[in-house]
Design a protein around this ligand. Structure first.
Ligand code: HEM
Length: 195
C-alpha cells in the first residue's frame, strides 16, 4: 500500500539519492510488514487492541536496538510508548514483548519510526470515520512528525549510494521491519475484544 514516491516526497522535499534507494530496497519488507498487520488494516476497527499491542512491542524492541545519541526519533518513540501503554491499560490488555536486534544504525531506526507514521496517518483517517472521538486511541493522536521526517530525508540524502553506510542502513532497516513482523506474530490479544 506504499503509494508512489511522490506522496512521501511531497512531505520530504526534493532529496534524491540514497533516500530513494532505501525506499526501493526495503519495499518488499514493507509489503511483508503490511501483510503482517493486514488483519487490522483490512478489517478496522476490529483487532485494534492486537494492533496496539504489536506496535508497543515492535517500537520498544526497535528503541532497545539503538542507543546511539544521534537517534533523532528517541523522543517520538518515548511519547508513542507512553500513549500505547495508556491505550492498552484502558483496554485491560497487555503486550507480548519481542527481543531487540542490533545494534541498529540510527538512520535505519529513524526511517522505520518516522516513515511508519506516514502509514499510520492513512490508518488514522480510516479509523476516525469508524470510531467516536472518545474511542480513538492516544496512539493515533501523536504529534505530527513531518518536520522530523523532512530532516531525516535530508540526512538520508547525504549518505552516498553504494557506500558502506548505505548498505548498513538498508540491512538494519530490514531488521527493523522484521521486529514488527515478529511483534505482530506473538501478540495473544488477536482474538480479544474488537476495539
Ligand atoms: C497495515 C499496516 C501498514 C500500512 C497499511 C502502511 C501503509 C503505508 C503507506 C500508505 C505509506 C506511504 C504514506 C504516504 O505516501 O504518505 C507508508 C510508508 C511507510 N511505512 Fe507503512 N504501513 C503499514 C505498516 C508499517 C509498519 C508496521 C512500518 C514499520 C515497521 C511501516 C514503515 C513505513 C515506512 C518506513 C514508510 C516510508 C516509506 C518511504 O517513503 O520511504 N509501515 N506505509
Amino acid at each position: 500500500m506504499i503509494q508512489d514516491a511522490a506522496s512521501t516526497d511531497a512531505a520530504a522535499g526534493p532529496v534524491p539519492g540514497f533516500r530513494h534507494q532505501l525506499r526501493t530496497a526495503t519495499q518488499a519488507q514493507h509489503l511483508r510488514t503490511e501483510t503482517a498487520f493486514a488483519p487490522f488494516a483490512a478489517g478496522m476497527p476490529e483487532r485494534l487492541t492486537w494492533f496496539l499491542a504489536a506496535q508497543r512491542a515492535g517500537l520498544a524492541a526497535l528503541c532497545e536496538s539503538c542507543d546511539a545519541p544521534e537517534l533523532a526519533s528517541r523522543g517520538v518513540i518515548a511519547d508513542l510508548l507512553l500513549r500505547l501503554d495508556a491505550d492498552l491499560a484502558r483496554r485491560g490488555a497487555r503486550h507480548q514483548g519481542v527481543a531487540p536486534a542490533g545494534p541498529l544504525d540510527p538512520l535505519a531506526v529513524d526511517y522505520i519510526v518516522l516513515g511508519s507514521r506516514l502509514g499510520t496517518e492513512v490508518m488514522r483517517r480510516t479509523l476516525a470515520g469508524l470510531l467516536p472521538p472518545s474511542e480513538m486511541p492516544a496512539y493515533f493522536a501523536a504529534p505530527d512528525v513531518r518536520p522530523l521526517w523532512k530532516a531525516h530525508c535530508a540526512a538520508l540524502g547525504r549518505v552516498g549510494t553504494g557506500s558502506p553506510r548505505a548498505a548498513a542502513v538498508i540491512a538494519d532497516a530490514e531488521l527493523g521491519f522484521e521486529l514488527f513482523q515478529l511483534a505482530a506474530g506473538v501478540q495473544d490479544t488477536f482474538a480479544g475484544r474488537a476495539a
